[in-house]
Design a protein around this ligand. Structure first.
Ligand SMILES: NC(=O)c1ccc[n+]([C@@H]2O[C@H](COP(=O)([O-])OP(=O)(O)OC[C@H]3O[C@@H](n4cnc5c(N)ncnc54)[C@H](O)[C@@H]3O)[C@@H](O)[C@H]2O)c1
Length: 254
């Protein structure tokens, strides 16, 4: 039996990188999917690929920090498929003007928090009532290795991801008696197209040489995070909640 057979999952940031790899993997494991992303072309392509392979997916070209748009998307997924069982809050990333605290334009903080912390909080707030109706569910948030160890230079992003860690624990406590598990993945440097570009530009919000050297097993690939997201989404992890799992090739051991 497929590991997500009969499950309905929402994945944010599903047009590229880790979210795209997860969407394709979750679909191949039998999930019906609601995919959210601001990248319309990428999202439609992922959706078409899933449908071509016999899977079920709907795409919503919206911003995760827009409460009304998110509400509409969650309602549409629940109406179309009959509920929501899994939420993978994956959309995020260092925002373009994020920097060391003394250099960062102050309004970039709101931008970073909106995408990386408010978006996931909104997703959780919308998904929990639907999960309650189904007798439980699994929420997977996305932190970062930056929330586990000190890494300077994308300070608003780092603060936002730290918030994701504590939000995850707080929600795990509140939701356990409703059968809803809440965990987070803290990726190390994963070679998505975005990260590859940052490395080419030698931009500080990408992995630094020091960070690269710390990855004992080398830099990661989107599929290596997607398989962990699948584990948290599935019943394989049904005795795990409130945890933040580094998926980082050993980088956080340093
Ligand atoms: N790749 C890494 O090295 C790395 C490391 C640590 C944490 N992460 C985290 O993993 C997650 C995925 O990262 P990735 O590298 O796959 O990113 P990515 O840039 O490859 O993909 C992110 C997707 O999110 C979408 N997105 C961006 N802003 C959005 C918004 N406001 N609303 C909806 N969609 C939006 C983008 O269009 C894109 O398709 C992020 O939360 C990121 O912070 C990644």
């Amino acid at each position: 039996m497929k590991r997500l057979e009969g499950k309905i999952a929402i994945i944010t940031g599903a047009s590229a990188g880790i979210g795209k790899a997860s969407a394709l993997l979750f679909a191949s494991e039998g999930a019906s999917l609601g995919l959210i992303d601001i990248n319309l072309d990428g999202g439609k392509e992922v959706c078409e690929e899933i449908r071509k392979n016999g899977g079920k997916a709907e795409f919503f070209g919206i911003d995760v920090s827009n409460p009304e748009a998110m509400k509409g998307a969650f309602e549409a997924v629940a109406d179309t498929y009959g509920g929501i069982d899994v939420l993978y809050n994956n959309a995020g990333g260092a925002t373009p003007r994020d920097d060391y605290i003394l250099k960062m334009p102050l309004d970039e903080f709101d931008h970073a928090i909106g995408l990386n912390l408010f978006g996931p909080l909104l997703g959780c707030r919308l998904a929990i009532p639907y999960m309650n109706q189904r007798g439980g569910g699994s929420i997977i948030n996305t932190a970062s290795i930056r929330s586990m160890i000190g890494t300077p230079g994308a300070d608003a992003y780092t603060a936002a991801k730290g918030g994701v860690v504590t939000l995850t624990r707080a929600l795990a406590l509140q939701c356990a008696d409703q059968g809803i598990r809440v965990n987070a993945i803290a990726p190390g440097a994963v070679l998505t197209e975005r990260v590859k570009k940052l490395m080419e530009q030698d931009n500080d919000s990408g992995p630094t040489q020091d960070m690269i050297e710390k990855h004992l097993l080398g830099l990661g690939h989107p599929q290596q995070v997607a398989t962990v997201a699948l584990f948290f989404a599935s019943e394989d992890s049904n005795w795990i909640t409130g945890q933040v799992l580094p998926v980082d090739g050993g980088a956080s051991v340093h």
